[in-house]
Ligand binder design. Sequence first.
Ligand code: NA7
Length: 538
Amino acid sequence: ANGNQVQELDALVVGAGFGGVYQLKVIRDAGYKVKLVEHGDDYGGVWYWNRYPGARVDSSIPHYEFSDPKLWKDWTWKQRFPGGPELRAYFAHVADLWDLRKDTQFNTFVSSATWNDSEARWTVKTKAAEVYKVKYLLLNTGFAAKRYIPDWKGIDSFKGTFLHPSYWPHEEPDLKGKRVAVIGTGSTGIQIAQELSKVASQLTVFQRTPNMSLPMAQVEYDLPKQALPKSEYPNLFAGRNDSFSGFSFNFLPRSTFEDTPEERQKTYEGLWSKGDFEFWLATYYDMLFDPKANGEAYKFWRDKTRARINESKVADILAPIEQPYAFGCKRISLEDEYFEIYNKPNVSLVDISNKGTPIQGLTEKGIKTTDKEYEFDFIVCATGYDAITGGLRQIDIRGPSGESLSDYWKAGAKTYLGLTVSGFPNMFFTYGPQAPTALCNGPTCAELQGNWILNMMNHMKENSLKKIDAQKESEAQYKELIWKLANVSLLPTVDSWYMGTNIPGKPREPLIYLGGVPTYYKTINEAAANGYTGFSLS
Ligand code: NA7
């Protein structure tokens, strides 16, 4: 379908990660005419783009998959935390069993969407100048659709290879015996560093902020051994919406100092040995709220971590004696022998925080910090994303007023229920701002938000309604709620992409809903059950 021919649909779904794939499946099953378009040339979303060595999900399976028995019945995983290739194979399995390919178009980047009020339709245009007219615009672009590369001087002058992990070449570059830099120590940077420490002749990691990463506790599965007997899957999936973070665990029902120091140590050890996010999201309920409780968690983490690092000078950078920021308020990563790589002779660490030697720019040969020039063959720029809002703002979306979504959000994100924006009728998104996004297991939120959107469409159809738009007042109240929930926690005290502060000039604000999945689920479902409170329907 090329050229100027306008394609008319009930809904256009944008993005083929967990959110978009689920949305296509349920909406089409309900009888709507729908199509999925995706920028890449296959399914997977972040798993399609992130092909860097060591890319791995840090949510455990079987949480990290869809709940449809048709999918899991005959699917077996090889690892508790699967890597990129296994996740892409899973997406291919989903696409086959859900028969998605015939309604998917790859290599398609949505560039604009304009609301036509008299027709009550979105006119959507792609980079290749295709045109769609749709009743619903369903954005499933995820939280990491727009990569971020700092504006360093001299990037173009570097003669070696400069890579962002989300744009890793499909044909694996050969890093064996090469001098490699990794800038950034978020989840991505540490996964890459772990892997490249095995192949690079010299690996230099540039760290601005310590990553309070936790041991993953990877498990290899061999048939018939799997994480859980399949008979327990339905219960597990049913329980995901009752967990703060969309997994199966929850915070403990007691506070840090209700336990004696000995009991506390025992509790921490227990959580630690389980791996996964348990030391983060299944710990004392006050950990993310009370600085003293948080300090206890930090101390435990610090001592465990320092014990793994040979040189105390290096340990001081990776796991400082003094707590640098509130534990768990930047995205926790999971690692597998990450801290041990610094004991290897071919690996070194550079502190580029303000206390150390910040990067001044790139040169022909490599990286220049305030004290010296480093030479590299490869520079891996693991500096993250214009997270959560970037993927949405890069599309030129204009509602009835003519103002773009990007402009409307200039001073901060505004949504109602983390699902839609006032003044942008019939536009909904999953895994976007002001939802549990990024503190919620991806497939859990894909399903609960995707189902909500489907139910909304059914309600519109049954009542012969054309247009649904959030009211300004409910949007403003919802934003107050977002701040209220954030302010009782320690999250706003820390710079992170949760707070938008990783991008220069981006407003500092909580980009996620911090009330947890169960409360969020209740909130959005109550609004629907009461006849879509906070919306104007016509
Ligand atoms: P993150 O988590 O945003 O990490 C980016 C890293 O890059 C982080 O260590 C940053 O340090 C560092 N960074 C960013 N900008 C700079 C500049 N200008 N100079 C030096 N260092 C910089 O992105 P990831 O890709 O690792 O992970 C994204 C999410 O994917 C992750 O959270 C999981 O949900 C999966 P900082 O901490 O800001 O000081």
